[in-house]
Design a protein around this ligand. Structure first.
Ligand SMILES: [Zn+2]
Length: 152
């Protein structure tokens, strides 16, 4: 029997869940202190260690296999990665004709059709826009910026 299994047997699942709540809130407290400017890295490390231990106990208490958690971790990190790769509007160059700000537009012909993207100039008197419609924001912005760079 592992140390953590023993702890659950001796103190009981319910008590160990209370301890988990306490440990997680202690980490929260240390994060707050850090944000207020306290130099408490040692305490943060200590509370993170306690939290890891409690997470491991929670796997035992709820009979969760770590692979179940890991699947979620991978999924969430992938989603985050995608979000981080999304271009920002600030990456768009100003209009190559009039120098005004550009705007990214999404469009969809019908609800069941894919959304596509293009970029237009925000100046009403200027008709500058990307020639094509693109499947991704990134492609639309790249095409717009190529025009701004006179690469087309
Ligand atoms: Zn323009």
């Amino acid at each position: 029997m592992t140390t953590l299994e023993k702890a659950i047997e001796v103190y009981g699942k319910d008590m160990q869940l209370n301890v988990a709540i306490e440990e997680f809130s202690e980490l929260i407290k240390e994060i707050c202190k850090h944000k207020r400017g306290e130099d408490n890295l040692d305490n943060i490390i200590e509370e993170m260690a306690d939290c890891y231990i409690m997470l491991e106990q929670m796997e035992l208490i709820f009979d969760i296999d770590f692979s179940q958690i890991n699947d979620k971790i991978v999924e969430k990190k992938n989603r985050l990665e995608k979000r981080l790769a999304e271009p920002k509007d600030s990456e768009m160059k100003p209009c190559c004709k009039c120098g005004c700000e550009a705007e990214l537009i999404s469009s969809q012909t019908f609800a069941w059709c894919n959304i596509y993207w293009y970029v237009i100039c925000t100046n009403e008197n200027c008709e500058e826009k990307t020639m094509l419609k693109y499947d991704t924001k990134r492609d639309a912005i790249s095409a717009w910026n190529r025009r701004a760079n006179n690469e087309l």
